[in-house]
Ligand binder design. Structure first.
Ligand code: GLA
Length: 407
């Protein structure tokens, strides 16, 4: 980013971000890190994925957008060579000497920003100074809105600014990926940090995960809103079930590539190959591969629709994607299904599906602008009838990537 756009970014207002959240982060930073210098404040969005469900680790294209809710990060310089982290969401403040950073994860939330500091150090060599960080914001954790990529990309952006480094958004994305994969030890796909780091307001990101080419597709915010409904369901086994899907897809690809040797990933296997090799796959692998290969086509169709100014095609494909995630990929749950079923019969809804990995978490809906209240009320009512409680419902606009905020 050049210095003019940095300056512009610095004063940009964030529609979805209440001022008191920013003030709270500044206050907490001052109270919990009284010996640090003057604070600066940064924001990094969360993300929702509209199409390309479970395609990133299969080498397909995905269609996420950043949302105007996310992580607020206060950072202040230190002269004692330490990095310190505190959070409004998690207990326990953490302090580390920059000269002796832990080699292994600590098993706490601080591993994410710590992994970023380590990755930034290996990029730049030596740290110009220490820093205190405080994390706050308004992104629900564990809802499938990518709070970890938001924290990681946001910390990388804040640290680069604090240390006066001129890094490109893609550098920040790589720092975030290496922190999560190599330090925290999560086998995450590439979608989340790219969605957060490369986001452009009013647009969806089209990201080809096989070669990381990307472009922006406009989302008409005069006409459309993104509504997210969080089931509140958090499944302990989500991480291991996610890893199991990654493994099943790897296994299906090993078998199918024999008949299509030029394919470099499961997303490149054709439906013809899959049909011809059906007998080589067991039932489970056949269902997973069918989801992936059909989702590649649905995601292409959605892109065409958007380029032709027909967002209703995207909506239809989202509904088809959900049916496939439920029946073939088996990552849905009754609460997510209830939300999608309720929305499908509701005026103003173009489409919707579970977002993120699934196994609980949230659904994303593409709706007509102006129908937010009606759709939100209908979703709550339908959910309450079935489960005797209400989901959290929030409306988002497609937001830009990390920015510095005025304080
Ligand atoms: C999780 C992962 C992403 C992606 C989605 C499924 O959110 O973090 O990389 O695989 O699941 O589309």
């Amino acid at each position: 980013m050049d210095s003019a756009s940095m300056a512009e970014a610095r004063v940009r207002a964030l529609s979805g971000l209440p001022e008191e959240l920013v003030a709270e982060v500044v206050d907490e930073l001052r109270v919990r890190h009284p010996d640090a210098g003057t604070p600066r404040v940064f924001f990094a969005p969360g993300r929702v994925n509209l199409m390309g469900a479970h395609l990133d680790y299969n080498g397909g294209a995905v269609l996420p957008t950043a949302i105007d809710r996310g992580t607020v990060i206060g950072v202040a310089p230190r002269t004692d060579g330490q990095v310190q982290f505190s959070s409004s969401f998690e207990g326990g403040d953490h302090a580390f000497d920059l000269a002796r950073l832990p080699e292994r994860p600590t098993g706490t939330w601080a591993d994410y920003p710590l992994g970023i500091v380590r990755a930034m150090l290996s990029l730049v060599g030596a740290a110009p100074e220490g820093a205190s960080f405080h994390f706050g914001g308004n992104l629900p954790i564990g809802a499938g809105l990518s709070s970890s990529a938001s924290i990681c990309v946001g910390t990388a952006h804040a640290l680069a600014s604090a240390w006066g480094l001129d890094l490109e958004p893609l550098d920040l994305v790589h720092v975030a990926l290496s922190a999560e994969r190599e330090f925290v030890g999560v086998r995450c796909g590439i979608m989340d940090p790219h969605a957060v780091g490369l986001a452009r307001a009013g647009h969806l990101l089209w990201l080809e995960c096989s070669d990381v080419r990307y472009e922006y597709l406009p989302l008409d915010s005069e006409r459309l809103s993104i509504l997210v409904a969080d089931t509140g369901v958090r499944r302990e086994l989500a991480a291991s079930e996610f890893n199991q899907r990654v493994e099943e897809c790897r296994h299906a690809f090993e078998i199918l590539r024999v008949s299509q040797p030029e394919a470099t990933c499961l997303a490149q296997i054709s439906m013809e190959t899959l049909s011809a090799c059906a007998a080589d796959l067991d039932d489970v692998l056949a269902r997973r591969a069918t989801h992936v290969i059909a989702e590649v086509q649905r995601t292409e169709d959605a892109r065409e629709g958007l380029l032709l100014g027909r967002p209703e095609v995207l909506g239809e494909k989202m509904l088809e994607a959900h049916a496939s995630l439920r029946g073939l990929y088996e990552v849905s749950c009754p609460e997510l299904d209830r939300l999608v079923e309720t929305a499908a019969g509701c005026d103003g809804v173009l489409g919707g599906r579970l977002t993120g990995a699934g196994f609980g978490g949230a659904c994303v809906f593409l709706i007509e602008r102006g129908s937010e209240e009606l759709v939100g009320a209908r979703l709550k009512e339908g959910f309450r009838e079935a489960f005797d409680r209400e989901p959290e419902v929030a409306v988002f606009q497609a937001a830009g990537g990390p920015v510095e905020l005025e304080v």
